[in-house]
Unconditional design. Structure first.
Length: 550
């Protein structure tokens, strides 16, 4: 495997207006390409050498470079008219690869075992990737023994099936030499090749004109010992024979010349007709070309105008869109600035409100402690009561907000939250104090148990059970109402105790004005609390529950 230092192709593309040219592929170092182009145009192309049933090629060695030219290989591609596209491959190597290249090229002289497919595949791959690096080429490995040939230079007629005799000579090609194996190339083309390549040149051709121009020299000797007379008669006879022969030859030559003239006249007339037809075809093609070019130019101009108009419209849309988006962005930035300022303001208010809530929670905790103290005082007083009560109502005074707190709280939201907390705490404290109170039996003796404990596990006799259930239900309902009213304002609410008097509520008679009475009782919850008189309804025929409280 060897890698060429340069490569070029003479081919065409499938599309119209991409005719045969060397411009499609040319890469690497191609010092001998100009000589190769002249050799192809003069001695290998189908215009001069015609198409033959073998590979036409040339090997050019000059200086340190070796060029290999393989002409008119048929490809699988077809042009716009459906004709098979041919390609001519030129590869240039360093002279150090001479032996491998010449051995591989020698196979092209054998029509029955040509290795041209290797070169055709390489050419097509090069056409598909003209800008890629040159790849290795897998050359056939053969060894050819030198053979004796008649002529080593000049224009030599040699049939295709006998050219393999020159394979050994090709593998030992002299330096600064050009070897050409082609089709029908005559002496005139050979002289042009000699002027192109200044070194040694050998051209194998199929033109029989080369054979006709080869003449063999005539040699003869005068016999000795003849008499002078015989010699004279012999000379006269020879002159007569020569004269007659000359006349016969001249006559035959004249007839041949006349026949040749007639044939040439026929050929000339035929060629003139062909020329006239070709001239007409050329004129027609030129007219078609002119019309086609004019139509294409008009289409191109129309496309340019449409493209310019489209570009102008898109440019206008871009500018307009940019302006509109700039205005929207500016508005959004202004809104964002206001939003950021509002966020800072709300964060400040939220921080201030949080501090106020923390202060209120601390005060509520203190107030709850005071309420617990009040509850303990109330429990002690309940213990000293001499008679049981059917309803226990303890008016716990509302916590008094300190003047210091009132001075700092001016926010309506904070005041509303404070009222909600105070309302729920008041109802919860009222219920807790009631459940912690002592209970008494029918003999007005203390049972030693709290109301809550007695309601859970005590005597379920309606006569005594009803003494506490009505008041428990009222206070539990008050706490439930306070929770329902303020649950949206509070983060957490106290849990309701179990409804111990659920069965009582189902069985108790409906309270009406006809079966309800009223009694009043003055209760002093604590030494510092205000004295209140509470009027509570109770069933007629029963004892006022507050008579058992002191």
């Amino acid at each position: 495997m060897v890698t060429p230092v340069g490569a070029s192709l003479f081919t065409r593309k499938e599309e119209q207006n991409f005719d045969y040219d060397w411009k499609y592929v040319q890469t690497g170092i191609c010092q001998l390409l100009d000589i190769a182009k002249r050799v192809y145009a003069t001695g290998l192309c189908r215009d001069h050498a015609s198409d033959i049933d073998t590979v036409k090629f040339a090997v050019i060695q000059q200086g340190q470079q070796l060029g290999l030219l393989i002409a008119d290989m048929s490809t699988s591609r077809r042009d716009f008219a459906g004709k098979v596209i041919s390609t001519t491959l030129y590869l240039e190597f360093n002279v150090s690869e001479k032996v491998a290249i010449l051995n591989a090229t020698a196979t092209l002289l054998n029509p029955s075992n040509q290795e041209k497919q290797v070169f055709l595949d390489y050419a097509e791959d090069l056409f598909k990737n003209p800008l890629g690096p040159l790849k290795l080429i897998q050359l056939p490995k053969i060894t050819v023994s030198p053979t004796a040939v008649a002529r080593k230079k000049g224009l030599v007629f040699f049939p295709i099936n006998e050219r393999n005799r020159y394979a050994g000579y090709l593998t030992h090609l002299p330096d600064n030499f050009c070897f050409v194996s082609t089709g029908y190339v005559g002496p005139s083309q050979y002289q042009e090749l000699v002027s192109v390549f200044k070194g040694g040149l050998l051209v194998l051709t199929l033109s029989e004109e080369v054979v006709k121009n080869v003449k063999s020299p005539l040699s003869w000797q005068r016999p000795t010992g003849w008499p002078v007379k015989k010699l004279a008669f012999g000379l006269i006879a020879a002159v007569l024979v020569l004269s007659v022969s000359y006349w016969v030859v001249q006559k035959n030559s004249t007839e041949q010349q006349q026949q040749l003239v007639q044939q040439l006249e026929k050929d000339l007339a035929t060629e003139k007709n062909n020329s006239a037809k070709l001239a007409t075809d050329i004129l027609t093609k030129e007219q078609e070309k002119s019309v086609l070019q004019r139509d294409l130019e008009q289409q191109l101009e129309q496309i340019k105008k449409e493209k310019e108009a489209k570009i102008a419209e898109l440019t206008r849309q871009i500018e307009q869109t940019g302006k509109e988006k700039d205005v929207e962005i500016a508005n959004l930035k202004g809104e964002k600035t206001k939003s950021d300022e509002r966020i800072k303001e709300l964060e400040g208010k939220l921080a201030s409100l949080g501090q106020q809530i923390n202060g209120l929670e601390a005060e509520n905790t203190a107030l709850k402690g005071k309420l617990d103290q009040i509850s303990q005082v109330a429990s002690k007083e309940n213990t000293a009561v001499n008679a049981p009560s059917t309803n226990v109502t303890v008016d716990t005074p509302k916590p008094v907000t300190s003047e210091k707190t009132q001075e700092h709280v001016h926010n309506p939201e904070v005041e509303e939250l404070n009222q909600a907390v105070e309302e729920v705490n008041q109802a919860k404290t009222d219920l807790d104090n009631f459940l912690k109170g002592k209970t008494y039996n029918s003999s007005n003796q203390s049972t030693g148990r709290s109301v809550e404990d007695w309601l859970k596990t005590g005597d379920k006799n309606p006569t005594y059970f009803n003494k506490y259930c009505e008041d428990f239900s009222a206070k539990r309902q008050a706490l439930q109402n306070a929770i329902e009213k303020n649950k949206r304002k509070l983060s957490s609410t106290p849990a309701l105790p179990d409804n111990y008097c659920e069965e009582y509520q189902k069985k108790s008679p409906q309270k009406t004005k006809e079966n309800m009475g009223h009694c009043a009782y003055t209760y002093k919850g604590c030494p510092n609390c205000q004295v209140k008189q509470v009027e509570v309804p109770f069933p007629k025929g029963t004892v006022c529950p507050f008579l058992f409280l002191k």
